[in-house]
Design a binder for this molecule. Structure first.
Ligand code: THU
Length: 135
């Protein structure tokens, strides 16, 4: 992805992080998905008093995108305040493998938005479970 587009995506994730609802962990995460057409859909983690119901920023963004008809997802940025940035958890990797298998994943520490690590979804979850019908 061209640098200005990557910068915009990282910035969008950083802005989305401000809307995280994380009263239990206090670990705020922002995510931003990009479609093939350059649209950006963001999400932030939302926690529950019943902790297991918490939803990661990546899945919030993914469900927003898919439920608005955006299926052609090419990139995901994740921003959190931790050294090197936060990697998507296993549950999010499964959903990314299903719905954004060719996407690049960019992670950054909110204190160092210029230091971006890049991954491919296929590398984050090799041999993912995927029913044939999903392609
Ligand atoms: N979290 C995310 O939103 N994305 C990640 O990649 C890792 C973890 C959230 C879930 C929970 O609200 C908090 O971070 C602490 O685990």
């Amino acid at each position: 992805m061209p640098r200005p587009d990557l910068h915009a995506l990282i910035q969008a994730a950083a802005r989305a992080r401000q809307h995280a609802v994380a009263p239990y962990s206090h670990f705020r995460v922002g995510a931003a998905l990009r479609t093939r057409h350059g649209e950006i859909i963001t999400g932030a983690n939302v926690e529950s008093a019943s902790y297991g119901l918490t939803c990661c920023a990546e899945r919030v963004a993914l469900f927003k995108a898919l439920s608005e008809g955006r299926h052609d997802l090419t990139a995901l940025a994740v921003v959190a305040r931790t050294a090197g940035g936060a990697m998507p958890c296993g549950a999010c990797r499964q959903l990314l493998a299903e719905y954004a298998p060719r996407a690049r994943v960019y992670v950054a520490d909110s204190n160092h938005l210029d230091r971006v690590r890049t991954f491919r979804v296929a590398d984050l979850l090799p041999a993912a479970f995927k029913p044939a019908a999903l392609g």
